[in-house]
Design a protein around this ligand. Sequence first.
Ligand code: GLA
Length: 386
Amino acid sequence: MTKRNLIPLIIGCTIGCTITIMTTNCTSSTTNKDGGAVSGSREFGKTPSGETVELYTLKNAKGVEADISTYGGVLVSLKVPDRAGALGDIVLGFDDFKGYLLPPPYFGALIGRYGNRIAHAKFKLDGTEYKLAKNNGDNSLHGGTRGFDKVIWKAKPVNGQSLELTYLSKDGEEGYPGNLSVTVVYTLTDNNELKIDYTATTDKDTVLNLTNHSYFNLAGQGEGDILAHQLTLNADRYTPVDKGLIPTGELRKVEGTPFDFRQPHTIGERIGSSDGQITLGGGYDHNFILNRSGEGLSLAAKVTEAKSGRVMEVLTTEPAIQFYTGNFLDGTIHGKGGKVYGRRSALCLETQHYPDSPNHPSFPSTELKPGATYHTTTVYRFSTGS
Ligand code: GLA
């Protein structure tokens, strides 16, 4: 039986949480033990088939706020303080729900069943070949045509500090086997951490790789590019790709390459390098293998932005992280507040298993079997520096 990251994790918010789940046009209101209110949802919009989409707000004692949509489980906005204490929204997205109905960039969305690419949109499991939608050249990307970013999740506020989202992905959905029951819990702690817990069970052998696809710009969404952001990645190796951005199977050392972020570097410093992998990715669009010691949360990445002083640390139980520099953004998308999202106007740090693992037996397994529970946790921790 495949066991993946079954360690329970307890972080942050142990004492004195005053996290609030708020909404405008509240329909109901409850209170957690520390006084935070839990309210009903406000309508964010309607899908073309007439389903109502709701937007929930989590707010902590320090005023940090996260808006989460039931459509795609999208993190629509995340307001965190700069060094002067001023809140700024640091994720790309749309004010109007309709923006999320347009073709990807997957702003803020939950990604499933399989984060990143599966080569030739097929894989074999237990001797059976499963065919997926080809929505990225010859490959399948981020769960297919209607991935978890495009479904409506059932939402339930929990303990006055979290929002629980659930979704049942039926056997055969987007070509994947098994009825898959998925729960994602967003928690905002008083330590300014946004924690995302992913849990899933299946009734048939299947493969699974869940993540969140937030686009961060610590200077504020729409405030220019991220080339001056400083990045540290706790990774000695990465998985080089072919021209379709599918891992070749090689695990390559970062040492001596533009992929070496073991010490902080600005993102722009080597993004124009003639390294063949940078050329293939059009910048950084690669899976980094995290240096881990055992299971549990460990620090994967740290990003700092000098002007605002904002710092983001990413901790995860996952074995890898996709670092993507928004190379496909081209200025055609106008997002929140009418901001133009140009090339490299944000970065993604998608915690995950390796892309195309179902076709690479040497990669850590992404199989989930009946009776086992998939559980992974990722924490985005915010602070400010000098
Ligand atoms: C991931 C991929 C990128 C791109 C974005 C979405 O990060 O690795 O190549 O497809 O998603 O645009």
